[in-house]
Design a protein around this ligand. Structure first.
Ligand SMILES: Cc1cc2nc3c(=O)[nH]c(=O)nc-3n(C[C@H](O)[C@H](O)[C@H](O)COP(=O)(O)OP(=O)(O)OC[C@H]3O[C@@H](n4cnc5c(N)ncnc54)[C@H](O)[C@@H]3O)c2cc1C
Length: 210
């Protein structure tokens, strides 16, 4: 992943991948890097039409070098990366000098150490009680969002927000067992910011319509 684009300033960069991340970063880095080369194993890219067209435009302007259909088959360098070996279909592999190689091949979600916490796991996700508050088999440990599973689970942003809402209500009661929590609509009660400020919707008026 790219955490700080500035490290690529005035450097030669090779990006590999055919999705939105590869397209977006190729576009972005043309204004930062000395050179941007995009390598994809197919001629077709799967991404937002606007991004595909923008890469086409930047390629026509000579700002992005496109190598397709091709694959990066080796990295070259002794103490640091100095190049990559790229193999284009029906051509012999070639060395391409570069300062950075950024493979953007998608996400592979892994639980990592969480898998050994004693949580009940099913299909690489954490089982939760969706009938109540999204707690796991360990009391006080909640799991919300894509990381959890329960019957009928859908990996959607909306579902994650719903789970978060119920989880927060439950966690609040766990942390403050003696406090009574009264749920208020933000449209009625406003929203309190972390800085202590409060934002409220304009109050309704009572006015006749003639
Ligand atoms: C291509 C695509 C399109 C989608 N389109 C839609 C859509 O149109 N509508 C919709 O509702 N949903 C969509 N989704 C699903 C939606 O993106 C997910 O349901 C949602 O992002 C899940 O949110 P989350 O917070 O649970 O997990 P994530 O968004 O995956 O967030 C988890 C975060 O935890 C971080 N993380 C992981 N491990 C660690 C660690 N060890 N330490 C610290 N941080 C860590 C990750 O870097 C990540 O930032 C789409 C998903 C994909 C892949």
């Amino acid at each position: 992943m790219i955490k700080d684009p500035e490290i690529y300033r005035n450097k030669n960069v090779v990006i590999a991948g055919g999705g939105d991340s590869a397209l977006d970063w190729s576009i972005y880095l043309t204004d930062v890097a000395k050179s941007v080369t995009l390598i994809h194993r197919r001629n077709e890219f799967r991404g937002a039409l606007d991004s595909v067209e923008k890469v086409q435009e930047l390629k026509n302007l000579g700002k992005i070098s496109l190598i397709t259909p091709a694959e990066v088959i080796a990295l070259v360098g002794e103490t640091k990366l100095t190049g990559i070996i790229v193999e284009k279909k029906e051509e012999s592999p070639k060395l391409l000098d570069t300062d950075h190689f950024i493979p953007l091949f998608g996400l592979a979600p892994k639980l990592g150490p969480i898998a050994n916490w004693g949580l009940e796991i099913e299909k690489n996700a954490i089982k939760v009680n969706n009938a109540l508050d999204y707690q796991t088999n360990i009391p006080g440990v909640y799991a919300i969002g894509d990381v959890n599973t329960y019957p009928g689970k859908l990996k959607l942003i909306l579902c994650g927000f719903h789970e978060a809402t119920l989880m927060c209500q439950s966690a609040y009661q766990k942390i403050y067992p003696n406090k009574k929590y009264v749920m208020k609509y933000t449209t009625v009660g406003g929203v309190e910011g972390f800085d202590g400020s409060k934002k409220e919707a304009p109050k309704p008026v009572v006015k006749a319509i003639e």
